[in-house]
Write a protein that binds this ligand. Structure first.
Ligand code: GDP
Ligand code: GDP
Length: 433
């Protein structure tokens, strides 16, 4: 189950402006980390109680004018197949252009919901001009100003009504997927693990073309493997390879409990990997990092440690993540990868009894209480783990609003030190008591 909203449309209509507005909070977080926003064309947004991934298709086409229009047309086709909802953005100040008409022709064949979003309607006078976009033949139009945000609320109310509730079903088997940029070794790993007797499970309704579910049951581990690596579709336009692979990655990630993020040791952790990592974190998925092609690295006894430190530096602040160095070629540590993914799965489903949690955490808090704010003394009284698909903790206290980020981070670190949550994002809430 995935919820992807794709913003399509020709250049300069305002796609990335809307994208930034929808994913604003997310952007702030990413900015804090490492300035990786440069390459970011997808992110998480929330509206009412719905969470979804937004993808700005415009980010993926550069190149010369002649590939440009072909690339955009192909993107629309990919987006129709892969996204849940499409926002077709047009510009009220230019009216309907030829390329708008061409895109509309493709979109009219889509069975997915398409919203015609008329942008740059910054004032009421421009409302009148927007009527020409009914001629696109795609039904209702939604007038917005991405710049000021006006109209976006009404649009989102309609859009989210088409999304699924992505609460995970209580699944019987752990779901694990391998994600990573092209050529890092994903397919090779799948082949090495699954061997020839791939037992392909009947695809679940609605996900037929998204992924193949493979039942893995060997060496004492049983799980459902979500394979998208083998499903790479040929794109005619080179610029769209990344676009397509990002779409697939997002969907695999949303379906899985744990994702194995695979890197190429020669290339290391790049901006796109970091973005995917934060997407996994934001989706509360377990993560294992695999540094593959380790055979190609010249090494001494410190190389691994140096590598790991460099990676973790870039993953701040969520650094409690296992990093494994593999060579699929030499079958080095590939079963360790599976084992670790299963451990992360266990960590993610771990439930700490309330009594144990309080026995361990209350003395720590007593020793190092939250700093008083505005002369007010903050007292944490007890802690419970909240039921959910991933670890969540509620700290009950007298003045929850006065507890600051550094103290929250301190508590998270103490939880991680005392209970193994390696590879798992954890949520901490402060509640009034
Ligand atoms: P993209 O190429 O479709 O991603 O378009 P951009 O988001 O980069 O926007 C293109 C230009 O339109 C930029 O100069 C934006 O500042 C401007 N723009 C975007 N949204 C609005 C809007 O709602 N009103 C106005 N007046 N300008 C906008
Ligand atoms: P994918 O695009 O991520 O699925 O990557 P592939 O599995 O298709 O692998 C890309 C290339 O990397 C192929 O030529 C593989 O043979 C090679 N490769 C995969 N794993 C390793 C490894 O551990 N070491 C080396 N040297 N090459 C590898």
């Amino acid at each position: 189950m995935s919820n992807i909203i794709a913003i399509v449309g020709r250049p300069n209509v305002g796609k990335s402006t809307l994208f930034n507005r929808l994913t604003e909070s997310r952007k702030a977080i990413v900015d804090d980390f490492s300035g990786v926003t440069r390459d970011r064309h997808y992110g998480i947004a929330e509206w009412t109680d719905k969470k979804f991934t937004v993808i700005d298709t415009g980010g993926y086409v550069a190149g010369s004018d002649d590939v440009f229009e072909a690339a955009i047309r192909e993107q629309v086709v990919i987006a129709i197949e892969e996204a849940t909802v499409l926002l077709f953005m047009v510009d009220v100040t230019t009216g309907v252009t030829d390329l708008d008409d061409e895109i509309a022709d493709i979109l009219r064949r889509s069975k997915k919901p398409v919203f015609v979003v008329v942008n740059k309607v910054d004032n009421n006078n421009l409302e009148h001009d927007s009527a020409v976009f009914y001629s696109l033949g795609l039904g209702d139009i939604y007038t917005i100003s991405s710049m000021t945000g006006s109209g976006t609320g009404d649009l989102l109310d309609q859009v989210v009504s088409h999304l699924e509730n992505v609460e995970e079903e209580e699944s019987k088997l752990p779901k694990i997927t391998i994600i990573g940029r092209p050529n890092v070794g994903k397919s090779s790993l799948v082949n090495a693990l699954m061997g020839k007797d791939r037992n392909i499970v009947t695809p679940i309704a609605g996900t037929t073309r998204d992924s193949i579910h493979i039942h893995y049951n060997q060496f004492g581990h049983e799980f459902m493997f979500i394979d998208t690596a083998g499903l790479r579709k040929k794109t005619k336009v080179k610029e769209n390879i990344e676009f397509y692979s990002v779409m697939r990655t997002i969907k695999a990630l949303e379906e899985a409990d744990v994702c194995i993020l695979m890197l190429d040791a020669i290339e290391g952790l790049e901006a796109q990997d970091i973005n995917i990592f934060h997407l996994a974190e934001k989706n509360k998925k377990g993560v294992v990092i695999l540094v593959n092609k380790w055979d190609l690295i010249e090494k001494n006894n410190k190389t691994m440690k140096v590598f790991e430190d460099q990676i973790k530096e870039k993953l701040q602040p969520f650094t409690d993540v296992p990093v494994i160095f593999t060579s699929v070629l030499n079958k080095q540590r590939i079963f360790k990868a599976v084992e670790t993914a299963m451990e992360v799965y266990q960590n993610r489903s771990k439930k700490i009894p309330t009594s144990k949690l309080n026995d361990v955490m209350l003395p720590i808090i007593e020793n190092y209480p939250p700093p008083a704010t505005k002369g007010k003394y903050i007292k944490i009284k007890y802690i419970t783990q909240i039921n959910g698909v991933a670890p969540m903790f509620a700290f009950f206290c007298n003045l929850p609003q006065y507890i600051k980020e550094p103290y929250k981070r301190f508590l998270e670190n103490k939880l991680r030190e005392n209970f193994d949550f390696s590879g798992v994002p954890i949520q901490i809430y402060f509640r009034q008591k």
